[in-house]
Design a protein around this ligand. Structure first.
Ligand code: NAD
Length: 421
């Protein structure tokens, strides 16, 4: 099942449990606007390559479209539609005033020079700038896009509209309107949710073994933060494979290896494991921080973790979700677990509007409050509807989206499909 079909399946299951108005479900089951663009870019060797790019605007019922963009060779429109849909739900789960959107360019960022990445980014902005803006659609980093790419994005957009507009994109470097705490926000938000869940269930960090799949922005900071909280990180991985040591791995050491040698597989702290093996190793908590469709019907019966924290978007298929939940494994769903990223993006955008910047302590306090309140609301709904945490998170989001739709009336949202290159 593809990621988008998976998301739609999760939506219809939750809608049925809460008896959501069918019209609301119909509206949310399609993105508002889909833009496909082609980007001719001059490469370093003088040749010209044409890249395909996307921006999907799923819903602006609760505020401007919001969501990252990724640079990935395998990216396709259905994946972006799924991610955009999840963004609308995610912003609603944590109650921040945004809708959902997502974007991407089909390219292999690992094989591109800095100059090529900059030219692709500027071309992408030129192609989408008419449908984005600080009060309309605000992109951010995602897989293989980073703060530098956001700086180029903001610069190109500001040039095109002839006005300094830092609020058009979040996840920027601090020097050009970024927020303190944004680089660690996805991991930190997930850690706050996990900590609170464990507190409620009287589970201690000490002696609890954690595996982290994916060692990029979300995963590397998650490993470091959880290590700092007293958890034992027994395995970490990236796209090339992983390392495992049942006694524990120092994630700061793994990060140094990744920086120096390009992969955590070079880390001498543990023995090498394949990406397939890593997910099936013994542990208490599995943090999924790589990408979608990682726990599927192929490996679900071999998963040993008792808690799964989804920092990646869509890492568990609907079938695996049903199977694992049936076995009593707790899945803390993506739209709640990784919402810290978009929450601090919201703080960054607010700071850009005011041109006044907050201290890190203030950001962490505000983030913790939002994450804990959102978890509490999800757990209350889970109790009320006797459902899984994922279903409860979808219900939490639907409730807020449905109310917004009813309040705004039949004119909203504007439906418009655009396919052009
Ligand atoms: P990133 O590009 O910084 O890192 C991705 C990491 O995953 C890399 O280390 C890569 O080597 C690794 N990886 C890729 N395929 C793998 C595989 N099969 N097995 C193990 N590792 C693999 O990306 P990121 O920003 O950390 O995003 C990771 C996930 O988190 C994505 O699903 C993204 O949508 C989601 N997410 C990110 C943010 C954010 O703020 N960055 C916010 C919410 C959700």
């Amino acid at each position: 099942m593809n990621f988008y079909a998976n998301t739609l399946k999760n939506m219809s299951k939750a809608a049925k449990i809460m008896n959501l108005d069918q019209e609301t479900l119909d509206i949310l089951s399609q993105p508002q606007k889909t833009l496909i663009v082609s980007l001719p870019v001059r490469m370093d060797d003088g040749s010209l390559k044409v890249f395909e790019g996307y921006r999907v605007q799923h819903s602006e019922l609760r505020g401007p479209f919001k969501g990252g963009f990724r640079y990935l060779a395998e990216v396709d429109l259905d994946e972006i539609k799924a991610l955009a849909t999840e963004m609308s739900l995610k912003c609603a789960v944590v109650g921040i005033p945004y809708g959902g959107g997502k974007g991407g360019v089909k390219c292999n960022a690992k094989e591109l020079s800095q100059g090529e990445l900059e030219r692709i980014t500027r071309k992408y902005v030129q192609a989408v700038y008419q449908i984005i803006g600080p009060h309309h659609d605000i992109p951010a980093p995602d897989m293989y896009t980073n703060a530098q790419i956001m700086a180029w994005f903001m610069d190109e957009y500001s040039r095109l509209v002839n006005q300094y507009q830092p609020g058009v994109v979040t996840g920027k470097p601090i020097e050009v309107g970024g927020s303190l705490g944004r680089n660690t926000a996805t991991a930190q938000g997930g850690a706050f949710v996990l900590e609170e869940y464990m507190k409620k269930n009287d589970i201690k960090a000490e002696g609890t073994k954690v595996i982290v799949q994916g060692f990029g922005n979300a995963g590397s900071f998650a490993a470091e933060i959880l290590h700092g909280m007293g958890f034992t990180i027994v395995a970490v991985s990236d796209s090339r494979g992983g390392v495992y040591n049942e006694k524990g791995i120092d994630p700061f050491c793994a990060a140094k290896c990744k920086e120096k040698e390009g992969s955590v597989t070079k880390c001498k702290e543990g023995k090498s494991v394949t990406n397939e093996e890593l997910l099936e190793l013994p542990c208490d908590i599995l943090v999924l921080a790589a990408m979608e469709n990682q726990v599927t019907n192929k490996n679900m019966s071999n998963i040993k973790a008792k808690i799964i924290l989804e920092l990646a978007n869509g890492p568990t298929t609907a079938e695996a979700d049903e199977y694992l939940s049936g076995k009593g494994i707790v899945l803390i769903p993506d739209i709640l677990a990784n919402a810290g990223g978009v929450t601090v993006s919201y703080f960054e955008w607010l700071q850009n509007q005011q041109a006044y910047y907050w201290e890190l302590e203030e950001i962490q306090l505000k983030l913790k409050r939002i994450m804990v309140e959102s978890l509490d609301r999800v757990l209350d709904l889970q109790k009320k509807y006797k459902c899984t945490m994922r279903e409860a998170a979808y219900i939490s989001a639907f409730d807020r989206l449905d109310k917004a739709l009813k309040l705004r009336g039949s004119g909203a949202p504007l439906r418009c499909k655009v396919y052009y290159k």
